[in-house]
Design a protein around this ligand. Structure first.
Ligand SMILES: Cc1ncc(COP(=O)(O)O)c(C=O)c1O
Length: 432
């Protein structure tokens, strides 16, 4: 066992998540539905309650709670920047969710397009990263598609190269698939995209709970994620290159500031949710110190060293430790599923390719509709998901749109091998 695995204390981690204690028929519910939204730690819950109890206010008032709210907002923007490897909190904008932020930016980009400009989208993505770009057809944009390779549900990069050209303006890709777990080679794609002068939009919603994100090394131009998928409240978060966010013609009310990040944050934000997100970041920092390792792959044997890394380093260490732990769970899950007769996993299955995927696995079972499997598991206290989870094009591309899609098991860092064993046992019972 590696040092990191030895130090990863899942019981200590689970103790931070009160909802994991909820039971059905005397057994804790196994939440294997992370891709739809994760559970939240006490740090988040307490921060929401504390904000509402003591500091609830709007901005720009000449009194203490308003000043406290402004300071909290500055802090959460800075923490969001640390989470994605950005240099300034001003490059972070929060909103209701990823979809709303993506529509806001796509609409603004639409104002800069000329008829015949091209936008590239993929068949692997959640519709939140497709429909806002398709909407630009109204502005005369031409949509180009990147297909998938159905055998392993990876992107056809030759196909991407073929659709890039001098009229390409934006390429919208996902960092990881919410349906089948594929991790895309974002940096490689960025290098391809930037040879054309186009901009790369990265949907990191599914990646954020599983992988460290560094917008600099990814060379993204924009990146979006959703805190409710990485142990925080229901919110969306946008990062963009300062020069782009400052100059794109955002739709905003006239009195709102034209500076960053205000020009992208329409109306009043959910202050309590943003306070909660600061609590989530504090939890992840704890995880980085307690369970983590130093950046650059070196073990942080002493807590002092991790503490001295600063918030960005602690957050990276947390995601590094999570990634290591989840790798082993992914292997255990794929091995367990392979033991069930009539079950077919859609996506990457080879153990030696585990680094190309997240612990999110979509499968079908002969003779059992996905909704039937989800209901069977739900009745046994195992939460999963069925359908297309808005990965609409992917489910069509692999021919499952007419048969109820897939059953999705989505593990996150608080899940355990014991929960995987319980899932596999239940599936064996169903398979007969
Ligand atoms: C990969 C991916 N992108 C985008 C979205 C949409 O996110 P939101 O609910 O924040 O709009 C989701 C939600 O499931 C997702 O999984």
């Amino acid at each position: 066992m590696s040092l990191t695995a030895a130090r990863y204390d899942v019981a200590a981690i689970r103790a931070h998540f009160p909802s994991l204690a909820r039971e059905l028929d005397g057994r804790p519910i196994a939440y294997l539905d992370g891709p739809a939204g994760t559970q939240v730690p006490l740090e988040c819950i307490d921060a929401i309650a504390a904000y509402l109890r003591t500091s609830n206010a709007n901005l720009h008032g000449h009194f203490a709670t308003s000043a406290e709210t402004e300071s909290m907002l500055q802090d959460v923007h800075a923490a969001g920047a640390d989470f994605v490897g950005a240099t300034s909190g001003e490059e972070i904008a929060f909103g209701a969710n990823m979809t709303t932020l993506t529509f806001a930016v796509s609409r603004a980009i639409g104002r800069t397009l000329s008829p015949g400009d091209e936008i590239v989208v993929t068949r692997l993505d959640h519709d939140g990263n497709v429909a806002p770009w398709l909407a630009l057809e109204e502005r005369g944009a031409v949509i180009r598609w990147v297909e998938i390779q159905p055998d392993d549900c990876t992107l056809d990069l030759d196909g991407l190269a073929a659709v890039l050209g001098p009229r390409t303006r934006v390429v919208a890709i996902g960092m990881a698939s919410n349906a089948v777990g594929t991790i895309n080679p974002v940096r490689r794609i960025a290098d391809m995209v930037h040879t054309t002068g186009a901009r790369l939009w990265v949907d990191a919603v599914h990646a954020a709970p599983h992988l460290p994100i560094d917008v600099v090394s990814l060379d993204a131009d924009y990146l979006v994620c959703s805190p409710y998928k990485f142990y925080g409240p229901h919110l969306g978060m946008l990062w963009g290159r300062r020069g782009l966010l400052e100059t794109l013609p955002a739709y905003k009310v006239r009195p709102a500031p034209d500076e960053l990040p205000g020009r992208w944050e329409t109306g009043t934000q959910s202050h309590e949710a943003l306070a909660g997100l600061l609590g989530t970041f504090r939890y992840l920092e704890w995880l980085g110190v307690a369970q983590g390792r130093a950046t650059g792959g070196q073990e942080a044997a002493d807590h002092g060293r991790a503490s001295r890394m600063g918030r960005a380093g602690r957050l990276r260490a947390a995601l590094g430790a999570i990634r290591d732990y989840e790798r082993n769970m992914t292997l255990a899950l794929l091995e367990g599923l392979a033991s069930i007769s009539g079950l077919a996993v859609h996506g990457i299955t080879e153990p030696e390719r585990v680094d190309e995927r997240c612990p999110t696995v979509g499968f079908t079972m002969a003779g059992h509709a996905p909704a039937e499997i989800a209901a069977f598991l739900g009745a046994r206290g195992i939460a999963t998901w069925d359908g297309d989870y808005y990965a609409h094009e992917l489910i069509r591309a692999i021919g499952l749109a007419e048969t109820g899609g897939m059953l999705r098991v989505g593990l996150v860092h608080y899940n355990t091998v014991a929960e995987i064993d319980r899932l596999v046992e239940a599936l064996q019972e169903l398979a007969g």
